[in-house]
Design a protein around this ligand. Sequence first.
Ligand SMILES: Cc1ncc(COP(=O)(O)O)c(C=O)c1O
Length: 437
Amino acid sequence: MPDPRDFNAYWMPFTANAQFKSVPRLFASAAGVYYTTDDGRQVLDAASGLWCTNAGHCHPKIVEAIRTAAGELDYAPSFQAGHPRAFALADRVADMLPGTLDHVFFTNSGSEAVESALKIALAYHRRNDEASRTRLIGRVRGYHGTNFGGISVGGLVNNRKDYTPLLPGVDHLPDMLNISENAFTKGQPEQGVDLADVLEEMVALHGGETIAAVVVEPVIGSGGVVIPPLGYNERLREITREHGILLIFDEVINAFGRCGGPTAAEVFNLEPDLICIAKGLTNGSVPMGAVGVQRDIYERFVTGEDIGIEFFHGYTYSGHPLAAAAGEAAMDVFMEDGLIAESQSLISYFEEAVHGLKGCANVIDIRNFGLMAGVELAPCEDGVGKRGFEAFLKAYENGVFFRVSGDVFQLSPPLICDRHHIDTMMEVLGEAINATV
Ligand SMILES: Cc1ncc(COP(=O)(O)O)c(C=O)c1O
C-alpha cells in the first residue's frame, strides 16, 4: 500500500479539503458491496461509489477483462485510427439504447459526454441550414458535469457563481421540486406536468427557431434526487419534437439499471435525440463516457461521401482500449447476465425501506425512483449542509458510506444488494439522522 507523506499535495475535487485532511477517510480495497478502509474496517457502500459501481466493486469479469486488455494493447490513437474493441463496444451500447439511437461517440467522462452532445446539437442544426438555433435550455437543479457547457445549462448555483459569464444564450426550465405539495410521494408525483409547458413559453419568448436543444436528466440525481411529475418527460418530448428542438437526456446517473431499466428513456418509453452516459458504462472501473446519437443526426454528418473529417471534436482517449474492455465486460454483466433485469425485484423493497425513514428527526421529504432515493433534512441554524454532513460522518463511523449533498442524502445502492444490505443502510441512516441535532 502506498504511504502518502501527508495529505497536502492532492487538491481534492468537490471536497471540504481542510475537514478531510484533518480526519481522512481512505478506502484501501473493495469487493462487492463493501469497501475496506486503510485501517481494516468494512464499510457498506450505499452510494455505488459515486453512482457508478452499479454491479458492485471489483466485479471479477470486469477485473479480468481489464487485466487481459492491459497486456494486449495499452493505447491506440483515436484520430484517424482505431482498435476493434471500441467498435465492438459501440455496437453493444447501440444495441442497449432504445430505437434508432444507434451511433456512439466516446468520451472520458460524463462532463465530456455533455459537452460533446451540446456540440453535436449545434453543429447538426448548422448542417440543416438552421444556424439560428443556438440557444440551449437546461433546468434549475440540473447537474451536467463541470465543464463550461455543462455548468451553463446546469442549475446548481455553487457550480456556476464563480465562473460567470458562462455560455451566452442559455435559459432554464423551472425547478421540479415541490416539497410543499409533493413531500413523501412514492415514485412520480401527480402534480406538476405543467412545469414542462414552460418550454412552450420559452418558445414563445425566444422563438422556437432559435433553440438548439433542451438538456435534462430524466430523473435528477446530484441536484437532490428529484423525480419528474407524471407525464413531464413525455411532455418535453412532445414540445421539443413539435418545434424541431433536440432533446438531450443526460443519463450519466440514470442509465445502467439505476432507474429500473438499461436507460431511463426505455423506462419512460421515450427516445431522445441524444443521450449522455458514463459511470455505469464501465461500472466505474475505467473512466469513460459516451453520447448515443440518433441515426438521422449521425447521417447529417457522415453521409457516406468522403468529405474529410466530418466533426471537429474528440479526445486523445476516446474509446481507450482499457475502458472499452471494461465496458464490454460491464455490458455482459448488466445485459447478458441479466443483472439489470434481476435488480428490478429490489425496487419495491427499497421504496418501502427508504420511506420507513419518515418520522426520523428533521426529515422533511423522501423521494424515490428505481434504485435511487433522496432523503432531505431541514437545514439547521448553522447553515445548509451542516446537519447532513454531521449525519454522514456518524453513518460512516457506523459502517455505511452514503452520499450527501447539502442536506439531502442521495441513496444509490448497488444493483447486487440484497434485502439485508438495504435494511442495514436504513437502520444506520435512521440512527445517524436521529442522533444529529
Ligand atoms: C447527470 C450527470 N451528468 C454529468 C455528470 C458528470 O460526469 P463526470 O463527473 O464523469 O464528468 C454527472 C456526474 O455526476 C451527472 O450526474
